[in-house]
Design a protein around this ligand. Structure first.
Ligand SMILES: Nc1ncnc2c1ncn2[C@@H]1O[C@H](COP(=O)(O)OP(=O)(O)OP(=O)(O)O)[C@@H](O)[C@H]1O
Ligand SMILES: [Mg+2]
Length: 366
């Protein structure tokens, strides 16, 4: 079994607390993505699993074995780095087999492992080439192959696709998922790119300032972000946030900001009601703001008159940047009639999709 378990794990570099009290279990055979902004502690977390960085406090287990004091070479992990320098003077075969030869593994076993990795990665025809005779994506696959031949219990990958162009990245994402299915190994993948996290991870762990914010499957993180940071970090274009006041009139709850008022549906209202008379942060994702012509199907909604600032045509959809009064909102609209591309647009908010956050704690209320 190759789960990875973090118990109260801290990493301190002098005064810098790079990782703060992480508790998390990465399950056996899981593909977990660590995601967060630059400097949040992703690489440090990975390097602690690999044994390249000492744990300051707490415990890390691989399987049932406490590995804090186990040297990297005895941990049965393999790490793929962002800068995956291949040996330029060695052919692909030798790049793949070099580490195994150093370990004194018999030639027959080495050949078998290399053939297997080359088969999985589509490198069989390329074993006789030098790295400079390969495309960027092929080189990246050789780097992955070097990790595969080691037959690790846990794969660690630190932004392995960031040197590739956008199209190759998409292709490699698909290949990595495929690889995970075939190898059935625990994989921990680091990225700062939320799209990569959403598309690759069975679960994603969002980190901010060394602290774990949320560990869940991508859909739950997207639909039920635990706080304002996660809500704003996952999703593109990002969620709209508007500060306002909660109002209670008769038995109904409203969110009111300087530019508009939104009725809060009853079942959400019960969570928002304790904030009556107080400030709150309102959130709605761009795809939950519709143009009124397409909003007929929405049962609980509010229509607002908006001014269009500008729009970005994305092909199948359009991002429309509007202002309702003084309040800017981004809407993601499936397509745009010519007649509504002028300066005015009636937008409709889907009230089933509202989010609310506590101003002080930043935590999600609903
Ligand atoms: N050897 C070190 N000495 C001192 N501080 C360090 C060291 N390594 C990392 N840090 C600090 O620890 C924090 C976390 O760094 P880390 O490299 O883990 O971030 P990251 O999430 O991988 O960022 P990026 O997305 O930019 O790669 C940063 O503030 C960084 O400056
Ligand atoms: Mg990093």
């Amino acid at each position: 079994m190759a789960r990875v378990l973090f118990e109260n794990v801290w990493k301190k570099f002098g005064d810098v607390e790079a990782v703060k009290n992480i508790n998390m279990e990465i399950k056996d055979m899981e593909f977990l993505v660590l995601v967060g902004p630059s400097g949040c502690g992703k690489t440090t977390t990975l390097r602690m699993i690999a044994g390249l960085e000492e744990v300051s406090e707490g415990k890390i287990f691989i399987g049932d074995r406490l590995i804090n004091d186990v040297p990297p070479k005895d941990r049965n992990i393999a790490m793929v780095f962002q800068s995956y320098a291949l040996y330029p003077h060695m052919k692909v075969y030798d790049n793949l087999s070099f580490g195994l030869r150093l370990r004194g593994i018999p030639k027959k076993d080495i050949d078998e492992r290399v053939a297997h990795a080359a088969d999985i990665l589509g490198l069989t025809e390329l074993l006789d080439r030098y790295p400079k005779q390969l495309s960027g994506g092929q080189r990246q696959r050789v780097a992955l192959g070097r990790a595969i031949v080691r037959q690790p219990q846990v794969f660690l990958m630190d932004e392995p696709l960031s040197n590739l162009d956008a199209k190759l990245r998409v292709q490699m994402r698909a290949e990595l998922q495929n690889l995970h299915r075939r190898l059935k190994t625990t994989m921990v993948y680091v990225t700062h790119d939320q799209v990569e996290a959403m598309t690759l991870g069975q679960r994603i762990a969002v980190i901010l300032n060394g602290e774990l914010q949320q560990v869940e499957n991508p859909i739950s993180v997207y639909e039920k972000p635990v706080n304002r940071f996660v809500a704003g970090f996952i999703g593109s274009p990002p969620m709209n946030f508007v500060k306002g006041i909660v109002k209670k009139e008769d038995q109904s709850i409203f969110f009111e900001c300087e530019s508009f008022t939104v009725p809060v549906p009853k079942d959400l209202g019960q969570y928002v009601e304790p904030y009556a008379g107080k400030e709150i942060m309102f959130g709605i994702r761009p795809e939950d703001i519709w143009d009124s012509a397409s909003a007929g199907w929405i049962q609980e909604k509010v229509a607002l008159e908006a001014q269009v600032d500008f729009r970005e045509l994305m092909g199948s959809e359009t991002y429309v940047y509007v202002k309702v009064g003084q309040t800017p909102l981004t809407a993601r609209i499936s397509w745009m009639h010519d007649e509504i591309s002028g300066s005015k647009l009636d937008v409709v908010l889907n009230l089933r999709k509202l989010h609310f956050f506590d101003i002080d704690t930043q935590k999600a209320i609903v």
